[in-house]
Design a protein around this ligand. Structure first.
Ligand code: FE
Ligand code: FE
Ligand code: ZN
Length: 294
């Protein structure tokens, strides 16, 4: 069965229960959230009561909680050790994030590998692995390294870089990959020829390592190294190519998560995009419908 959902909120007063309700309202059967603001480190305590209520509600709807995803905050940067305090801060904050995942019963945490900020890709890769080795091996959560667009000094914009990190990680059981279609396009991988990409991935890393797919269209051309997401079917990857990825038989058990932009920065697109994907037919008037929210 297709596992399809989107990024949803996680608010102070409703926490996971609010996330579950948002996902159900979108017609999703999986979802992803940040445990707090992605750009800062303030985190409130997890309410066990809200968590168990949320998981119960989710299961009562017949859905699988085991593949719900948390996204680590993007202030974490394991790739640079130029400032050792900052590096150690990232390590500790990621460790805290893993603990929160365990409290929430979450098994998959998506992480951006990081920015090497000038020290070079190879040094970046070894820092990331060093950081991960300080953390993994003690918990049951699997870390999924996200494929990046290659903007600025981002590490992880090629499969070879991702593979090198994985090779250096000791706890192989708890390391995997999150594919992001917009990032892959912007990094230069043609999503219109997804089978070739998957074959390449399989021979280099292994398909069993794919734990999540972020399904996003892109505002930019192949290889632009930009990272600007577009609504499904309205970008350079296009509806048919994204649909082929979403329904790919080799990725059937992998959750697909939309991270497409809010229209005019205020209208949530997910309910509409999920419906369009389920219908398997592109709707040219989708943006208008999103703006009207009907
Ligand atoms: Fe991400
Ligand atoms: Fe992503
Ligand atoms: Zn992105």
């Amino acid at each position: 069965m297709l596992l399809l959902g989107s990024h949803v909120g996680f608010k102070k007063n409703t926490q996971l229960l609010g996330s579950v309700e948002e996902a159900l309202n979108n017609g999703a059967n999986t979802f992803m959230f940040y445990t707090g603001a992605p750009q800062n480190t303030s985190r409130y305590p997890i309410s066990d009561e809200l968590t168990s209520q949320a998981v119960l509600t989710w299961k009562e709807n017949g859905f699988d909680y085991s593949k719900v995803i948390v996204h680590a905050p993007y202030i974490i940067n394991l790739a640079s050790d130029k400032d050792l305090d900052k590096f150690m801060f990232s390590v500790h904050f990621l460790q805290e994030e893993l603990k929160r995942c365990e409290l929430l019963g979450i098994q998959y945490l998506v992480l951006h590998p990081g920015n090497h900020v000038g020290i070079g890709v190879e040094a970046g890769i070894s820092n990331i692995a060093r950081g991960l080795n300080m953390i993994l091996g003690t918990c049951q959560v699997t870390l999924l390294l996200e494929t990046m667009a290659g903007k600025g000094t981002e590490v992880g914009s090629s499969l070879e870089e991702i593979k090198k990190i994985i090779d250096l990680v000791d706890d192989k059981k708890h390391i995997g990959v999150c594919l992001d279609t917009c990032h892959l396009n912007d990094a230069g991988y043609d999503m219109k020829d997804f089978d070739s990409f998957l074959n390449r991935f399989d021979s280099l890393i292994g398909l069993d390592k794919i734990g999540c797919v972020h399904v996003n269209d892109s505002k930019n051309i192949l290889g632009a190294h930009k990272d600007r997401h577009e609504n499904i079917g309205f970008g350079t990857i296009g509806f048919d190519s994204l649909l082929a990825i979403i329904y790919h038989e080799k990725l059937e058990k992998v959750p697909k998560i939309l991270e497409t932009p809010y229209v005019d920065r205020q209208f949530c697109p997910y309910k509409f995009e999920i419906e369009m994907i389920k219908n398997k037919k592109f709707d040219f008037s989708l943006i208008e419908k999103i703006k009207k929210q009907v």
